[in-house]
Design a protein around this ligand. Structure first.
Ligand SMILES: CC(C)(COP(=O)(O)OP(=O)(O)OC[C@H]1O[C@@H](n2cnc3c(N)ncnc32)[C@H](O)[C@@H]1OP(=O)(O)O)[C@@H](O)C(=O)NCCC(=O)NCCS
Length: 148
């Protein structure tokens, strides 16, 4: 519970810069169990949420690393933790919709055709200011048994 406001601040910071969708503090509390965090003392250095989409598919959402902490491996650790959790609950793959495809390629995702994702994935697009000119890249990571 102590991390919720720090998570919300990070998401808001990047949402205000058009890098991800806004999330209300209420929605962070509602989805708090989806989140992985990296913390130092009381400061949230990074966060990422795993949202289950379907029987074998999850989505990594709200991945954000504090500006002062970027490039130190925090994002990679968060993706690994999300992948580990997804694997442990029986998911086969995790997808991302992102403006940072190069980062996701570096951590094990591959590009996919957006059409390959279930249509319900797009229901949040109505809240996005860029819905009519979306430049997000769809990517997926296969979760192999025994991966770290
Ligand atoms: C994208 C983001 C999560 C990456 O986190 P990070 O902690 O800075 O990344 P890491 O230090 O873990 O980097 C892991 C690897 O990816 C590479 N990398 C990181 N960001 C990159 C970028 N923008 N372009 C290319 N490579 C990148 C790193 O060089 C590193 O490579 P290596 O393993 O070969 O050394 C972070 O920059 C961020 O919060 N960005 C703004 C919010 C955002 O766009 N989130 C994604 C929403 S889907």
């Amino acid at each position: 519970m102590a991390d919720a406001k720090g998570i919300h601040n990070l998401i808001t910071y990047y949402a205000e810069r058009g890098r991800m969708l806004h999330r209300s503090l209420e929605s962070v509390y509602e989805r708090l169990r989806d989140f992985q965090v990296c913390v130092e003392g009381e400061q949230v250095l990074g966060c990422a949420a795993l949202q289950i989409s379907w029987k074998d598919l999850g989505e990594i959402r709200s991945l954000a690393v504090a500006p002062s902490q970027r490039g130190k491996g925090v994002g990679k650790i968060l993706v690994r933790r999300v992948a580990r959790e997804g694997r442990s609950i029986g998911l086969k793959k995790i997808f991302a919709l992102t403006y940072e495809p190069e980062f996701f390629r570096r951590v094990g995702f591959v590009d996919i055709d957006r059409e390959a994702l279930p249509t319900k994935v797009w229901r949040d697009c109505v809240f996005c200011p860029n819905a009519d000119d979306c430049k997000e890249v769809a990517m997926v990571m296969e979760l192999r048994k025994g991966g770290s």
